[in-house]
Design a protein around this ligand. Structure first.
Ligand SMILES: C[S@@+](CC[C@H](N)C(=O)[O-])C[C@H]1O[C@@H](n2cnc3c(N)ncnc32)[C@H](O)[C@@H]1O
Length: 208
């Protein structure tokens, strides 16, 4: 199981909106106000690429974006998006395989880490941490469960999602890894944070 969304690429956005209305989308769109102009951006697990069109609405040009997706079908959809005059390099690889000497100003990982078992989450975090410049921004959006907002319905939705993806043989994870401690341990600071969908979705901007 490699967390490749090929099997549901044509239906992913519809499913997401069916369950979460536009919360997953809004959480990511709201973060774009923090995107510095003319920046070098790394997007990992961007899905169907709708985020590229939203980025194009914020800056019509000047951005250099590297877009990494393990799913070839997601990449094919993303390439058709209108990302205006920004430069986008599409790379059909798992982030684990991606090799690069370049440092980025901003990294986006929207709903990426919830796919991973802990070992992979740590491996990917450590790799991306190296790729982010000092003072760079990391836009993290993911599901959130903790003692203060861990309501029963959030557990239920999460369990159902993991069972559904397990049935399709897509996602390796069985439980959610809370990534925040890894960021804090690596000395990141929280620049902005916002909750959506009754606190089940958390969008955080970390600064390195
Ligand atoms: C839950 S979907 C989220 C898609 C998109 N970010 C959104 O919010 O609409 C996760 C995406 O990450 C991709 N993905 C999973 N593991 C990956 C990896 N190791 N490297 C790159 N992409 C990955 C999947 O193919 C899928 O498109």
């Amino acid at each position: 199981m490699d967390n490749n969304y090929d099997k549901i690429a044509p239906h992913y956005d519809t499913l997401s909106r069916l369950v979460f209305f536009k919360s997953q989308v809004n959480a990511q769109i709201d973060q774009l106000q923090y995107l510095p102009e003319k920046s070098n951006v790394l997007i990992v697990g961007g899905g169907t690429g709708w985020i590229l069109e939203e980025i194009g609405k914020v800056y019509a040009s000047g951005l250099k974006i590297v877009y990494i997706e393990i799913s070839a079908k997601m990449i094919a959809r993303s390439k058709k998006r209108d990302y205006r005059n920004n430069e986008v390099e599409f790379i059909n690889l798992g982030i684990e395989e991606f090799e690069n000497e370049f440092l980025y100003d901003v990294i986006l990982t929207p709903f990426l880490f919830d796919n991973f078992v802990e070992q992979r989450a740590i491996q990917v975090f450590e790799k991306l941490n190296i790729y982010l410049k000092k003072d760079g921004l990391w836009f993290l959006v993911d599901f959130s469960l903790n003692k203060t907002n861990g309501n029963w319905w959030k557990w239920l939705i999460l369990k159902s999602m993991y069972s559904f993806f397990k049935l399709l043989g897509i996602v390796e994870a069985n439980k959610l890894i809370n990534m925040e401690p890894f960021f804090l341990k690596a000395q990141y600071q929280i620049m902005a944070e916002r909750l959506y969908y009754g606190g089940f979705i958390k969008a955080t901007i970390f600064i390195k």
